[in-house]
Design a protein around this ligand. Structure first.
Ligand code: HEM
Length: 460
């Protein structure tokens, strides 16, 4: 045991990065997770950066030896060495929640998904979704915000982004249908990145059950679509589901229903929880910073005034929302929905004078650059002007990751967030019900009580 946990030299002969590997088996996973639960996800990283190295430190996470690569240099190294010295890696909890990924691997599944997505998620393709997003936003605000004195923002933001994802990815728009699997999605999302103990009552166990339930629902949607396509009742280009059903791989093989269900499941998770966290923190910061709210309001009301009654937002309107997007970016800097992600070393290599052994898991952390005064002076200060002009230096602002694995949903997320902001500020002013509500990160950041706010409708 002493040899395994206290070995200091790597295979390339150099010293292993400084750090400690914590408890046998669970390593430092609990410290890593609990700094998020306590609302200080950056603490795990900054404590160790101060103690060991600002560049790279050693730890042990999710039962694996790991190194955390810090700051812009760490991000740059991991993002630009994809498939050369590192490749994507998911903790075993992720593999177990997605059964088709255990037949191949979540890495291969992610690669297949990656190839398929640009057709749908590139800017040109997304232009046609702006009106649809606006339509869903109108209906969402009409049924959940209008005529309400108080609302719980996080619940509503999830409702909006989930409804939208169901509409855009699988053409499901009936709110009752959408609501049936909204709660299982919450259970799934909060159990994916946990210690994988599959016993009744554990978050991991609940996530597996939820994923089985959702998969069944999705399979029945897929079956229905297959027959609708055969009978000409559905369009081959109507959404990502039709595309998945009709596209074969290079060997002419089509995906089976379970495979498609898992891909859609991944998209629905990736595509709604992240954006709902972002929308929630936008509401929080705008409540706390009236002058920022006024700036966003001014921009959005100009756009609203330029529209005919009932006319939907379009791509050109989105391009005018420059200040609003800078505000959203500052929110993504301070409260990144994804804290970072793992890679795996596919070969032994040296980094910054330290030896990294093949097989080690490597982690990049958004906060290690976002909250670092070296890259963002007065990092806790909310300042959207950081994004004016050329914006932050390369590899310092990474809410969507970077390199070949950069989030393919970035543009989609930008659209849905801006459409949400448009309706929010043109309709309401608001204040927080709990002035100093705690923030929790599990695995996305959210205010502990969901951010209750009091609404004050704006005069038209
Ligand atoms: C504010 C919203 C979002 C944030 C902050 C975000 C963040 C990220 C980050 C950081 C990664 C890269 C992880 C890595 O380095 O391995 C990623 C990957 C991914 N994101 Fe997003 N995302 C958002 C919205 C979306 C949306 C709306 C979709 C789908 C429409 C989406 C789909 C994906 C997928 C499929 C991947 C995996 C890509 C791969 O494995 O190559 N994301 N996202």
């Amino acid at each position: 045991l002493h040899f395994i946990f206290h070995k200091k030299t790597g295979p390339s002969g150099g010293a292993l990065p400084p750090g400690k590997t914590g408890w046998p088996v669970i390593g430092e996973s609990m410290d890593f997770l609990s700094s998020g639960w306590k609302g200080q996800p950056e603490k795990f990283f900054f404590d160790r950066m101060a103690k060991y190295s600002t560049q790279v430190f050693r730890t042990s996470l999710f039962m694996e030896p790991a190194a955390v690569f810090c700051g812009a240099a760490g991000n740059k190294f991991l993002f630009s060495n994809e498939n050369k010295v590192v490749q994507v890696w998911f903790p075993s909890s992720v593999n177990k929640v997605f059964p088709s990924s255990t037949q191949t691997s979540s890495r291969e599944e992610a690669t297949k998904m990656r190839k398929m997505l640009p057709n749908f998620l590139k800017a040109e393709a997304l232009q046609r979704y702006v009106g649809m997003m606006d339509d869903i936003a109108r209906r969402h605000f009409a049924s959940h915000w209008d005529n309400k004195e108080e609302v719980i923002v996080f619940t509503l933001a999830k409702n909006f982004t989930f409804w939208l994802a169901c509409r855009v990815f699988v053409s499901v728009e009936d709110p009752n249908h959408v609501n049936r699997f909204a709660e299982p999605f919450n259970l799934l999302a909060s159990g994916i990145l946990t210690v994988p103990i599959d016993l009744p009552g554990t978050p991991f166990n609940r996530a597996i059950k939820a994923s089985n339930f959702i998969r069944k629902e999705l399979q029945s949607i897929i079956k229905q679509r297959r027959s609708d396509l055969a009978e000409g009742k559905a369009s081959p280009t109507q959404d990502i589901l039709s595309h998945m059903l009709l596209t074969s791989d290079e060997n002419g093989k089509f995906m089976n229903e379970l495979d498609i269900a898992d891909k859609i499941l991944g998209l629905l998770i990736g595509g709604h929880d992240t954006a709902s966290s972002a929308c929630t923190f936008i509401v929080k910061y705008l409540a706390e910073l009236p002058e920022i709210y006024e700036g966003v309001y001014k921009e959005q009301v100009e756009i609203a005034k330029s529209k005919a009654a009932g006319e939907f937002l379009n791509w050109d309107d989105i391009q005018k929302m420059k200040y609003s997007w800078n505000v959203a970016c500052e929110v993504l800097r301070l409260a990144p929905p994804l804290q970072g992600a793992f890679r795996e070393a596919i070969t032994d290599f040296m980094y910054n004078g330290f030896s990294i052994p093949k097989g080690w898991k490597l982690y990049w952390s958004a906060n290690s650059s976002h909250k670092n005064p070296e890259f963002f002076p007065e990092p806790q200060k909310f300042d959207p002007s950081r994004f004016e002009g050329a914006g932050p230096a390369p590899y310092t602002f990474v809410p969507f990751g970077g390199g070949p694995r950069m989030c393919p949903g970035k543009e989609y997320a930008r659209l849905e967030i801006l459409v949400f902001m448009h309706h929010l500020v043109t309709k309401f002013k608001w204040e927080k019900v709990i002035p100093d509500e705690k923030v929790v990160v599990n695995p996305m950041p959210y205010p502990e009580k969901g951010l209750p706010i009091r609404l004050h409708p704006r005069k038209a």
